[in-house]
Structure formats: structure tokens, C-alpha cells
Design a protein around this ligand. Structure first.
Ligand code: SAM
Ligand code: SF4
Length: 314
């Protein structure tokens, strides 16, 4: 499906919950979020109906996210139903990894093709501080469980924060020698971290300064890809602040309460709940038509989105 600027929109990021078992400092309020009524979030049936309509419009890749998608009741059924929709070419999940020992094999059997696992540090104390209480051991066990379940091409997502984890860039890059892909994501001033001091927001160019042996090998979606000599895995740089990728944006987002967000950094939302059949398809198509040409986010401004990241899904 083309938007009004000729961009091919084929990627849906679908949030299935805004709850999470961690409280990452840049994403969630310390006190968490109030539990919603069951009826406030999309049911498994509503999710399937929305995804089917989006696929009718031309969506081919779905990423299930959250909050933490693996705390959502019925997550395996959600994945099974999405994977069974003809024309869904790729079903991925972004997870904090902590519940993978319990779910990795079931996700694989349900038809999930790839996993992105968020990990900002390899230092146990720092991990506990960033996630406000999480245990690094849990996520390392989770990564092992995913490998054992047969997931390959696992990507680690690392959000860089100046003065917090940037000294670990070489250690994170070295993970690519173990056939793990690492994606560095620039911290975006949205929700919880919108008011943080400027020195926390660092450009991904720091990765290339601290790991000069990386050489560019191409691109994948919005990531520029690099490789260490002889390494199996790649390093990806996702740079929404220092290098806007809006001209090649290919995605829309749906929140767990059924709002379509044409752009991550805009407050525009289009309700999908209660719509069926052609009305649902038409509403998705029209929402894509109001996708802005670009966002206006840089290190001096905050996102126009009114939601925290746990309510959007990254
Ligand atoms: N709970 C899952 C996880 O952590 O992978 C999925 C949801 S989380 C909101 C999705 C991604 O958004 C994570 O990789 C997280 O690090 C990233 N994220 C959250 N807040 C961010 C921010 N302000 N800037 C950049 N990335 C952010
Ligand atoms: Fe939870 Fe993911 Fe947000 Fe961390 S980044 S608080 S794991 S939703």
C-alpha cells in the first residue's frame, strides 16, 4: 500500500499490551501503569480481524510488541492466528527476553519467524538499574532458550544512553562474533525520557568511533549494517535522531487499545475498534494517507506523541 508520498507501507508494529514485567527508566513510569479492564484492550479476535484487514491493504510483515508481549494472556494464540493469515510473510516479536524460557518453543511452533531481544548492558548491576529490578541472568537464560528453540538470526536491541552504557559499545559489538546481530538504537525523547538531559542523547556515530574496525555492508529496513572482520553477525545502526529515515519509512503502528498511529512521533491516532469488513479496511487505508512526510524530532525537541513508549511498542 502506497502512502501519499509514494512510500510502500508493508510493516505493522502491533502492540498487544502496555503492561510489562520490567520498568526500563526511559520507557515506563517507575510505578508501572494501572491495570486496564480486560475490555479496554483488543481481544484476540479483534487483533486477528485488524491484522487481516491490514494484510488486505498490503501489510506483509507484522511485529508483535508491547509493553512486554509475553505477559499478554493468549500471546501464543495471537501469534498462531497471525501466522496463519495468508500473505503474512514475516511474524516477529520484540521482547525483553525474560519469559523466553517459558515461551520460546511455543512461539516457534506458533509460527514466529524471528526475535528481537532488548538488552542495553552486559553489566548485571547496571541492567538492574536500567530495568529497575530486572536480572541480567534471566535474559541471558532467555537468549539461550531462544537459540535452543531453533530461532536463528536473533537481534539484540540496545538503546544507547550517554554516560550510562556507551562505554560498553565494544563489548556489545563483540557479540556479533558469536553469530548474534546487534542493533544500536538512538534514544528518542518520548514519554518518560523526553525531559532527560541532552548528554544522555548520543548519536550512533559514537559506535563507529568506538569500533573503527566495523565496515559498512549495506542496509536492512531502517538500519545501516556493519560487520567486524570475520564476524558472522552484523551491527545495525538505527538512527532516528541523527539521520531521519522518514523518506524510507515503511510502517504503521496499532496500540493495544486499537488506535492506529500513522507516525511514531505524531499525536495523530485513528480508532479501529468497533469497525468491521470494508469499513475497517477503508479506515486503515485513509489513516495511511495522513501519514506525515517526516517527523520533526532532533536532539533539541521532544516527540509529538502523547504516549509513553510502553504504550506504543517502539
Ligand atoms: N518489552 C519489549 C522490549 O523491551 O523489547 C517490547 C516493547 S519496547 C517498548 C520496544 C523497544 O523500544 C525496546 O527495544 C526498547 O528498548 C525501545 N525503546 C523504549 N523506549 C525508547 C526510547 N525512548 N528511545 C528508543 N528506544 C526505546
Ligand atoms: Fe518493558 Fe520493553 Fe519498556 Fe523495558 S523497554 S519497560 S522491557 S516495554
Amino acid at each position: 500500500m502506497k502512502d501519499d508520498f509514494g512510500r510502500d507501507i508493508y510493516y505493522l508494529r502491533l502492540s498487544v499490551t502496555d503492561l510489562c514485567n520490567l520498568r526500563c527508566v526511559y520507557c515506563m513510569p517507575e510505578e508501572g501503569v494501572g491495570k486496564r479492564c480486560h475490555s479496554d484492550i483488543l481481544s484476540v479476535e479483534e487483533i486477528e480481524e485488524i491484522v487481516r484487514a491490514a494484510v488486505d491493504c498490503g501489510i506483509r510483515k507484522i511485529r508483535v510488541t508491547g509493553g512486554e508481549p509475553l505477559v499478554r494472556k493468549g500471546i501464543i494464540e495471537i501469534c498462531r492466528r497471525i501466522a496463519a493469515i495468508p500473505d503474512v510473510q514475516e511474524l516477529c516479536i520484540t521482547t525483553n527476553g525474560t519469559l523466553l524460557p517459558q515461551y520460546a518453543s511455543q512461539l516457534r511452533e506458533a509460527g514466529v519467524s524471528r526475535l528481537n531481544i532488548s538488552l542495553d548492558t552486559l553489566d548485571g548491576d547496571k541492567y538492574t538499574t536500567i530495568t529497575r529490578g530486572g536480572s541480567l541472568k534471566d535474559i541471558l537464560v532467555g537468549i539461550d532458550a531462544a537459540l535452543e528453540a531453533g530461532f536463528d538470526n536473533i537481534k539484540i536491541n540496545t538503546v544507547l544512553m550517554g554516560g550510562v552504557n556507551d562505554a560498553e559499545i565494544p563489548a556489545m559489538v563483540a557479540l556479533t562474533r558469536k553469530n548474534i546481530n546487534v542493533r544500536f538504537i538512538e534514544l528518542m525523547p518520548i514519554g518518560e525520557c523526553a525531559g532527560w538531559s541532552k548528554d544522555r542523547f548520543i548519536s550512533n556515530s559514537k559506535v563507529l568511533e568506538m569500533a573503527p574496525e566495523l565496515s559498512e555492508v549495506g542496509s536492512s529496513g531502517v538500519a545501516r549494517l556493519y560487520r567486524l572482520p570475520g564476524a558472522d553477525g552484523t551491527v545495525g545502526l538505527i538512527s532516528p535522531i541523527s539521520s531521519h529515515f522518514c523518506p524510507t519509512c515503511n510502517r504503521i503502528r496499532v496500540t493495544s487499545d486499537g488506535k492506529l498511529k500513522p507516525c511514531l512521533h505524531s499525536s495523530d491516532e485513528v480508532n479501529l475498534r468497533g469497525l468491521h469488513g470494508q469499513a475497517l479496511v477503508d479506515t486503515i487505508r485513509n489513516a495511511v494517507r495522513i501519514k506525515p512526510k517526516q517527523h520533526h524530532l532532533d536532539e533539541d525537541s521532544r516527540s509529538g506523541s502523547i504516549r509513553n513508549m510502553n504504550e506504543i511498542g517502539g
